[in-house]
Design a protein around this ligand. Structure first.
Ligand code: SF4
Length: 357
């Protein structure tokens, strides 16, 4: 059996299994035993946890916390709002759209790691929202929409799908004349690098008219290992570029030294920092959220001028009207005692709840 499948079969999702890796704190134990929430990670990612430190950045991203039950700033039905599911164009469940020429094709709600800070938490962790992941329906919709040139395949984690399913999605998309690029959002190079097998490399292929781009999510330098380095190198060998979409997380990567080291280490394993996302206003993740200003301060104080320009991601917030840059010289339209008012590339505005320090 392939190692990545073994990893998934042995997912660490119970107190007993977790205790094989770390000394579980009383707070962690209480949260695990009292909360009804989906959680879990691969044995590989669990092995990177600090066994004695509950503030370990991997533990904080993986192990449930009672803080998730506090929701002062998160928006209910966040994903429906964010992905414009209740307004405008009628689309299949698996197609999310904020732009004219590109769409997100959601193919699963399964992940190798259930990140506690996930903005899709309502779908993948709390399972309050259920969507129909019908590949045929999604592919048909893309075929009919000739304005779509860029397809982002997302989840959950799309690399959890079998080789056969991934092969079919890629092959079908490459047959559509108006599709010019395929992107995958997958955390597997970080939480399950064993997924990048020779068989998968064969499917991703080498030179092709329609390139494949991958963006992964790495939030702390301890997540980067020799196995990640090899997985990324193998992806590059088959013509797939790998970028990173970090999430700004309070207590995990919101200090200058960690933030700089994260972006330097990403480049050392050939991952290009692409985005730094402000942690979105999804419910139950207030405790991960910093002020909006924090990210631009970190770009200013940790990266700009302090290390190579290749290490600098674009700091953005993903909203219902598209991504909005939040770089140090691009600030708010207005800020009240309750909310920020932000402007997008078309001059449209949206709001975001203000969180105090
Ligand atoms: S892998 Fe992605 S979709 Fe899955 S829980 Fe983590 S952030 Fe959410």
């Amino acid at each position: 059996m392939q190692e990545w499948i073994k990893q998934l079969q042995n997912i660490v999702n119970s107190l007993d299994k977790l205790e094989e890796f770390i000394n579980v704190s009383p707070e962690e134990k209480e949260a695990i035993t009292s909360m009804k929430t989906k959680w879990g990670t691969t044995p590989y990612f669990a092995s990177l946890m600090d066994p004695d430190d509950p503030a370990c950045p991997i533990r904080m991203q993986v192990i449930p916390s009672r803080k998730e039950q506090v929701n002062c700033y998160g928006l209910q039905d966040y994903l429906i709002f964010k992905e414009n599911r209740a307004v405008g164009e009628k689309r299949p469940d698996c197609i999310a759209r904020q732009y004219q020429d590109r769409i997100a094709f959601t193919v699963t709600d399964i992940c190798a790691n259930y990140c506690r800070h996930c903005f899709r938490k309502e779908l993948v962790v709390d399972q309050e929202l259920s969507l129909r992941f019908d590949l045929n329906e999604g592919l048909d919709w893309i075929r009919e929409h000739t304005e779509v040139r860029d397809v982002l395949i997302t989840g959950g984690d799309p690399f959890i799908l079998s080789d056969d399913k991934l092969d079919r999605i890629i092959t079908e998309l490459r047959r559509i004349p108006h599709v010019e690029m395929i992107r995958f959002g997958t955390r597997t190079p970080i939480v399950l690098p064993q997924r990048i097998t020779p068989e998968l490399m064969e499917i991703l292929g080498d030179f092709h008219r329609i390139p494949i781009w991958i963006n992964t999510q790495c939030n702390h330098p301890v997540e980067i290992t020799q196995q990640t380095a090899e997985a990324v190198f193998n992806l590059l060998k088959c013509g797939v570029n790998v970028g990173n979409q970090a999430v700004l997380l309070k207590g995990i990567n919101d200090d200058v030294d960690t933030f700089r080291l994260l972006h330097q280490k990403l480049l050392s394993v050939r991952i290009r920092p692409y985005y730094l996302f402000y942690c979105e206003a999804a419910p139950g993740i207030d405790h991960f959220r910093t002020t909006v200003e924090k990210g631009s301060e970190l770009i200013r104080d940790a990266l700009r001028g302090h290390t190579t320009g290749l290490a600098q991601p674009m700091y953005v917030i993903a909203t219902n009207i598209g991504k909005i840059p939040l770089m140090p010289d691009y600030y708010f339209q207005e800020k009240t005692d309750k909310e920020y008012i932000l402007k997008n590339y078309k001059g449209q505005t949206t709001t975001l709840p203000l969180i105090s320090e």
